[in-house]
Design a protein around this ligand. Structure first.
Ligand code: PLP
Length: 393
């Protein structure tokens, strides 16, 4: 196609010019080119539960196929409100405080855009889920980055104090944490709570892996800490909970004044999300008590299998406490950077992982790790481990 020289049409807005292609797309493309086992992007290579899919088919056949109310169908908001009460003793009003959106990704975007003004600062822990930074940038905000201290990926009150200024308006916490697999302790959550109360900050709490905690770890929503519910936007994802990432349905739970702000944006960005899928999820969430224990067990055995295989190969690190990711240190094995080593593994070993330097802004820590996703069939994990053995770098 011929472009008109000097035409304004060929220039995207300044807002989008700052963005790079997402690392997930880049690595998946490369993995496909080399027919590599894709342990990079975070999605299962097996299907979600039959009962959820059956409910979706029933909803479609039942004619639930037109636009829904823009905050989501009331049945789904009711189910969300009920499970948050029964699991965490959190009270959210289904009418004004639960909003259904297009995956947690839209929830994050709406939350940030509806509270951040140009020039406001937002505290973000690195490594981070990459959409946080892009959403802050679109809002005209400024990320203030706190690096989680490896090898434990922990943080202290001083780490937060060091980035504080009077321009800081909010903090984003992701717990359980992608990519490190950390489940933050109640003391760490209290550090965040005390900091928010001290400086009157809002919190955006990305809890999409709420049901992926292992061993004796239990998920503690940030909003359940005293004084936090009124200042927290909690973000959740059906895609993660039911292993149906392609459904792209999530919810944001927040006090009415915050929810009404983000709903204003949502009505012009997506308006509403797939109606039959919402009906399916409204019914599926009622079965969490039966479903979640097996879900956790399955993922825990995948974690154990992949972890012991990686240890045998010579990678030395702590078992992840949650999520379906492992942040694996590579500096004991190679002098290559994460990006070079990730390409090397795809080309020579046919295994794809994510180079996590893409999840860091401030420090170069990410160069010392690779992130592997273990949300894969046992045979996929075993095959990847077989390829990774005899690593000669
Ligand atoms: C920490 C975190 N937040 C949000 C998301 C996005 O969730 P969704 O697919 O529901 O948009 C992901 C997906 O990988 C994630 O890891």
């Amino acid at each position: 196609m011929q472009l008109i020289q000097g035409s304004k049409m060929i220039r995207p807005s300044k807002r989008v010019q700052v963005f790079q292609d997402s690392i997930f797309g880049i690595m998946s493309k490369k993995a496909n080119e080399h027919n590599a086992i894709n342990l990079s992007q975070g999605f299962p290579d097996f299907d979600g539960p039959d009962f959820v899919k059956e409910y979706a088919l029933e909803a479609i056949k039942d004619g639930k196929n037109q636009y829904s109310p823009f905050p989501g169908i009331i049945e789904l908001r009711e189910s969300v409100s009920q499970y948050l009460k029964s699991y965490y003793d959190l009270d959210y009003c289904k009418e004004g405080e639960v909003s259904i959106c297009c995956g947690a990704t839209e929830g994050i975007f709406l939350s940030i855009l509806s509270i951040i003004n140009p020039g406001d600062e937002v505290i973000v822990f690195e490594p981070f889920y990459d959409s946080y930074i892009s959403s802050i940038q679109v809002a005209g905000g400024i990320p203030k980055v706190v690096t989680l201290n490896s090898p434990d990926f922990s943080f202290t009150p001083e780490d937060l104090e060091n980035v504080y200024s009077s321009q800081v308006k909010a903090i984003i916490l992701n717990n359980p944490h992608n990519p490190t697999g950390r489940v933050f302790t109640s003391s760490e959550l209290k550090i965040v709570r005390d900091f928010c109360l001290k400086y009157d900050l809002m919190a955006i709490s990305d809890e999409v892996y709420e049901f992926l905690t292992f061993d004796k770890e239990e998920h503690i929503p940030l909003a359940s800490l005293e004084g936090m519910q009124e200042r927290t936007l909690g973000i959740y994802s059906a895609g993660k909970t039911f292993g149906l990432t392609g459904w792209k349905i999530g919810w944001v739970c927040a006090p009415e004044r915050l929810s009404s702000g983000l709903r204003k944006l949502h009505q012009y960005i997506t308006f509403c999300v797939s109606t039959p899928m919402q009906y399916a999820l409204a019914r599926s969430l009622m079965h969490l008590k039966d479903y979640v224990p097996t879900f956790k067990e399955d993922y825990q055995s995948k974690r154990d299998l992949f972890y012991s295989g990686m240890k045998e190969i010579g990678f030395d690190f702590k078992k992840p406490e949650g999520t379906y990711f492992m942040m694996v240190p590579i500096h004991q094995i190679t002098k290559m950077s994460d990006v070079d080593f990730a390409y090397h593994l795809i080309e020579k070993k046919r295994v794809a992982a994510i180079p996590p330097s893409a999840f860091y802004l401030k420090s170069r820590e990410g160069e010392k790790f690779l992130r592997f996703c273990f949300a894969k069939k046992e045979e996929t994990l075993l095959e990847a481990l077989k390829f990774l053995k005899e690593l000669q770098v």
